[in-house]
Design a protein around this ligand. Structure first.
Ligand code: SAM
Length: 320
């Protein structure tokens, strides 16, 4: 395990500067501690094919220690095993479980998809959240899962088939274009945006942060605005959208939501999820709309990646 000073030295200097500009020194130390060391493997039970009792039985038979997640019945945190050991199990091979970070289970949950609804997942590969949405809908309804990258799209297809999520249709295209082609068609839209991934940094894993730069953050923010506009266009009036990222800077998180509510007909709504306060990062609203306080940011830690989640609703236009 590295000291906070060593973590600071390893991660990009501009990233360290950025977080110290946003958060208090105490909070920054907690962030850096959360980006140190390893993260516990977590999994989602695929409710389309099995249930959590069956999976807990198999894990016990294989001497795999786990903990349940307070806010999600199908989430399990593994205590003494790595991905390789899980990949060797039959339950993995048969698509009864999906290895997924805990934070990444939150957006589909708070999207609250219902059976029979039409859902759009604008940036979907490799499909952890799309298939979670299908499971939450009891595999009943329709999900359009879009992905720009051809190879990642293949991975998405593979995961969807493996999990038996038969209500998912896959599209390989630009998310920016979908709003135009599917105007006001969807009850709910998930925009799990391409982002700079600061919440997934690990000080001992240079691959997690070498491509990060302030320039990429600013370029991504421009793309995120285009994608959120497209997501908004595809949404029915009164429909719900989740905007999420696995990053923790303002440019890609709070400022995107602030831009969206000032430029599109959207409002921020409450997120109903029982996440402990110690697992949250403070939200910044300086020079921004105060309703952004309703969004949540997850503190990186041993169990969770840093993540940002905003729940938005399209306001119905009256008299049109
Ligand atoms: N929701 C996915 C999951 O849980 O498995 C992860 C999505 S990942 C954060 C963002 C995805 O957006 C990447 O697969 C990336 O290739 C894709 N992407 C990037 N730019 C895009 C665009 N303009 N339109 C559609 N997808 C895009």
């Amino acid at each position: 395990m590295l000291s906070v000073l060593e973590v600071k030295r390893k991660l990009p200097r501009d990233f360290i500067k950025e977080i110290y500009e946003i958060y208090s020194p105490l909070v920054c130390d907690k962030i850096l501690a959360g980006l140190n060391g390893e993260r516990n493997v977590s999994m989602r039970v695929n409710a389309i094919k099995t249930n959590v009792q069956e999976i807990m039985k198999v894990l016990k038979e294989n001497n795999i220690k786990f903990e349940r997640v307070m806010w999600y019945k199908d989430g399990l945190i593994l205590k003494n095993s790595n991905e390789k050991q899980i990949n060797a199990l039959k339950i993995y091979e048969e698509g009864l479980i999906y290895l997924q970070s805990l934070s990444s289970m939150i957006p589909p949950l708070v999207l609250e998809p219902k059976e029979g609804e039409k859902i759009l997942d604008l940036t979907a590969a490799p499909g952890g959240k799309t298939t979670e949405i299908a499971a939450l809908m009891n595999n009943n309804g329709y999900i359009l899962a879009n992905e720009i990258d051809k190879i990642r799209c293949e991975r998405l297809k593979y995961n969807v088939e493996k999990q038996g999520a038969s209500i998912i249709k896959i599209n390989n295209g630009k998310g920016e274009k979908l709003g135009e082609d599917h105007k006001e068609e969807f009850d709910r839209v998930l925009l799990d945006a391409p982002c700079s991934g600061e919440g997934t940094f690990l000080a001992n894993g240079p691959k997690t942060y070498t491509s990060w730069s302030l320039r990429t953050v600013n370029e991504l923010a421009k793309l995120q605005k285009k994608l959120i506009k497209s997501a908004y266009e595809a949404l029915k009036p009164n429909g719900t959208m989740i905007y999420s990222t696995c990053t923790i800077n303002l440019e890609e998180d709070e400022k995107i939501v602030d831009w969206a509510i000032k430029n599109l007909n959207l409002r921020v709504i409450d997120i109903n999820l029982n996440i402990e306060e110690k697992n949250k990062l403070p939200i910044t609203t300086e020079n921004m709309d105060k309703s952004i306080n309703k969004t949540i940011k997850i503190m990186p830690s041993r169990n969770m990646e840093g993540f940002y989640i905003a729940k938005l609703q399209k306001i119905e236009r009256r008299g049109e």
